[in-house]
Design a protein around this ligand. Sequence first.
Ligand code: MCA
Length: 490
Amino acid sequence: MQLGDLFDLSLRGRRHSPALVCDAPDGTLRELTFGELDERAARLASLLGQRGLQPGDRVAIHLPNRLEFIDLFLACVRAGLVLVPVNVMYREREIAHIVGDADPRLVVTTAAGLGLFPAGCPVVDVEALAAEAATHPGRTGRIALDGDAPAAIVYTSGTTGRSKGAVLTHNNLAANASALVTCWRITSADRYLAVLPLFHVHGLGNGLCTWLATGCVMRLVERFDITRAAGWFRDFGPTLFFGVPTVYVRLLELPEATARAVGAGMRLFVSGSAPLPAHVLAAFHERYGHVILERYGMSETLMLTSNLLEGERRPGTVGYALPGVSVSLRDHAGDPVDAGVVAQVFVKGPAVFPGYWRNPGATGAAFHDGWFATGDLGQLDADGCLTLRGRATELIISGGFNVYPREIEEVLLEEPGVREAAVVGMPDERRGEVPVAFVVTDAGIDPDAIRVRCASKLASFKAPRAVVRLDALPRNAMGKLQKHLLPSVP
Ligand code: MCA
């Protein structure tokens, strides 16, 4: 299915209905109908075509949540262009890798972002592009596309240090949205408060795509901010909210009366991207009167399992396979294990990606007999409810963002005087986990200076909270690093 067919249910079918509420540059609120969004996308798609972009070309978007992000997404869907969202927190090094790999025909950023891109990159200022599109004649109709055509390439933190581009097809995104709309009963009567970044799958695949599939109203904010959250809930009156655990931890800070009022109007709170601690679930229930619905997914697979909308939402579990998804727990030999046994989670399904962009080696390693290896360890109940029990990889999740130690270790090893480096996740009340680094250095090296330099090269959520100097890293008799023996850091 072409995503445009799914979105047309709203863009055309609900042309005159309110679609979006977002912040205008002058601080007022801006409201648009689905028809207005469709016309904006038509003009932009036509402009991109005139600039020579062809179906299959990549368009990298390095923007915070704003109207133009949506315009670009819809224009790409219309014109068969492949969206490459880039995390706005990334620094030059991370950005250079993504644009080098994705090879975009166009890069759109803000005035502040222009300097982050390497020389020769086809980068444009979003304001200039939007101004040109506003006066450009719109093109009617869409490019005819196979549903298996790529719609987006989403870069995931890499186990090998460099992030890999997960190719998501039109069918993948459509299947994911349809499954969530069905299982969470999202309808045009909902009001969705969108606080998560659109440059990741949670905000893009779950948020934007279910909004466009159902034609509900979305209030889009630039980013989650606890000091503004109460006002957004009060003024917009949402029924639907998607968050990462860090967002729910922060919402517990709102006064009791505010929380009660927010809870009274809400229909569904969903959490994902990182494990939701049971005590947060309980405290939120107590304060807001809602049991948060926890679900499980990955950038490569979109959503896989979900707790039930109606019926028990079991704390500590991520629920049951979504429509079309098969979950199989397998041991090291690749054989399925019995219910109750902890093993790696393998999945199949209509939203599972076809592979990594221009990386057949990584794609081959990720699939086993057609099953995608998630790298997560889990346990299935006899009735099919999944509980995650840790990871087969060293992934750290901080504030809902994935961080692989190897990438940080490589940056640390570039520092003069650093001989060895090991990064691990340490528990953190608010962010779930934070990266902490251990280094072995030449004499006279200041570990804090290393931390500061490392922070200037990496997105803030990857920067080690602390850099600790050790005389030696713990290793076994074979010389293999024993990360579990590293000391804990307060
Ligand atoms: C955080 N920061 C940001 C943003 N969010 N900067 C720009 N844009 C953002 N959207 C920066 C802040 O500037 C600050 O940087 C640092 O992060 C911490 O911010 P703060 O407000 O103090 O943190 P917080 O109140 O604890 O909240 C952080 C947050 C953020 C808003 C919860 O972590 C967040 O938006 N997380 C969502 C991640 C997400 O969407 N993941 C989905 C991945 P500095 O320290 O330099 O001042 S998709 C996925 O995982 C799969 C597929 C799935 O299943 O969903």
